[in-house]
Write a protein that binds this ligand. Structure first.
Ligand SMILES: Nc1ncnc2c1ncn2[C@@H]1O[C@H](COP(=O)(O)OP(=O)(O)OP(=O)(O)O)[C@@H](O)[C@H]1O
Ligand SMILES: [Mg+2]
Length: 389
């Protein structure tokens, strides 16, 4: 367990970056630090691996004050992953992953075995990637290497400072899933910094919300969603997740389609070719596309099956093969109205349009479920299941 005990950090320029921080990071848990830029997240991390020292207060690891430890030794026993990866450009991937084990003078065979296992574990075949250099890997692959490098010497503690924030959304989700999977096997004590509440909710056992050098709220994701401590937290977790709390009785109203719709569904211009359409569906992992023209008018829709069926004829555009969209719902309609239309016509999704028939967004079954889950985090659980500590 890591404990911050009345920690203050005042930088040399007089800036009071951390104000009387008291925190416990439990063994084997992922604790997520989240808060606006400059609130002191990275400063907190650096206190734990002794890249920074507290101006007052103590940092304890398993009951021992780290100020009495050799900082270099300490850092070798704490994995550290940062946003800009920090791989050594002139070392190949295997060498990069083996840095700390080499410093720890493990024998060669053990290092090689560990490095190979770790690379394979995150889907980077060691025979293929081991001898490559960082610049020969994609951003997501480099970030995977950053993660396994932090694991290489099998430290109990891993600090991850916005490790995935430079990645595209798909790689980011994949890495989040991998981290969760790894953690189920490894049970490390992980402190993970992010700006992204969705990421925090997905991976955290415990969330610590910070603001201007102070801790605003600590709790399990579910408890924070249900009982945000104040307006700051409420804002931070987002309007859509707004919970009834304290004296204010539940004021849940049936939402409008505008609140529930996906505002960035996958659309294409009518003039796009079929190969482009297939590529797009592949990249965005969807099985159909909406065709929207430059005036935002919804022209039609096309499924992957239809595109594949017509694919043989080169030169065809999505406009040539699309089918009309028969049903849509007007902006300002309620979700109940939308769901009724979807139910009675067996639709898996429903476009939302404005009064000039401009396409605004898409209601999908997924977006409905997601909305309900956000508004009612308890949905699907027994009414009074404890949210215990
Ligand atoms: N070496 C330093 N000297 C002076 N002030 C610093 C130093 N490092 C950080 N600060 C200040 O301390 C505050 C906290 O910085 P920190 O890097 O911990 O923020 P953060 O929460 O990690 O922000 P971000 O989300 O942008 O990474 C900031 O206002 C920053 O300007
Ligand atoms: Mg930071």
């Amino acid at each position: 367990m890591i404990v911050l005990d009345h920690v203050n950090k005042v930088y040399d320029n007089g800036f009071h970056a951390l104000k009387d921080i008291n925190l416990e990071f439990k063994k084997g848990e992922i604790t997520v630090l989240i808060g606006p830029s400059g609130c002191g997240k990275s400063t907190t991390m650096k206190l734990i691996n002794a890249l920074n020292t507290p101006s007052s207060g103590r940092v304890l690891i398993d009951g021992k004050d780290i100020s009495g430890m050799n900082p270099v030794e300490l850092r070798r026993n704490i994995g550290y992953v940062i946003q800009s990866v920090g791989l050594f450009p002139h070392m190949n991937i295997s060498k990069n992953v083996g840095v700390v084990p080499r410093l720890k003078k493990w024998d060669k065979d053990k290092i090689e075995r560990t490095v190979n296992e770790l690379l394979d574990m995150v889907g980077l075949d060691h025979a293929v990637y081991g001898s490559r250099y960082p610049s020969e890997l994609s951003g997501g692959q480099q970030q995977r290497v950053g993660v396994v490098r932090a694991l290489a010497a099998d430290p109990d503690i891993i600090l991850m400072d916005e490790p995935f924030s430079a990645l595209d959304p798909i790689s980011r989700e994949q890495l989040q899933d991998e981290l969760i999977r790894l953690q189920q096997e490894l049970h490390k004590t992980i402190i993970f910094v992010t700006h992204d509440m969705d990421e925090a909710i997905k991976i955290a056992d415990t969330i610590v919300l910070m603001k201007a050098g102070e801790v605003v709220q600590i709790g399990k994701p579910d408890a924070i969603l249900r009982h945000p401590a104040n307006d700051f937290v409420r804002n931070f977790i987002g309007q859509k997740r707004l919970q009834d709390e304290g004296e204010s009785e539940s004021t849940y109203q049936i939402p409008l389609v505008d609140e529930v719709m996906i505002t960035n569904p996958v659309t294409v211009f009518p003039s796009r070719g079929l190969a482009e359409a297939i590529k797009m569906m592949e990249m965005k992992r969807v099985d159909s596309l909406l065709i929207v023209d430059r005036n935002k008018q919804l022209q039609g829709a096309v499924s992957i099956y239809r595109v594949l069926d017509q694919y043989g004829e080169e030169g065809k555009t999505v406009a040539d093969v699309m089918q009309p969209v028969r049903y849509s719902v007007a902006s300002g309609s309620t979700l109940a109205q939308a769901v009724e239309i979807m139910d009675s016509h067996q639709l898996s999704n429903l476009p939302v349009v404005d009064s000039s028939n401009r396409f605004l967004g898409l209601i999908t079954r997924g977006s409905v479920v997601k909305h309900l889950a956000e508004v009612y985090p308890g949905v699907g659980r027994s009414a009074d299941s404890g949210e215990g500590e």
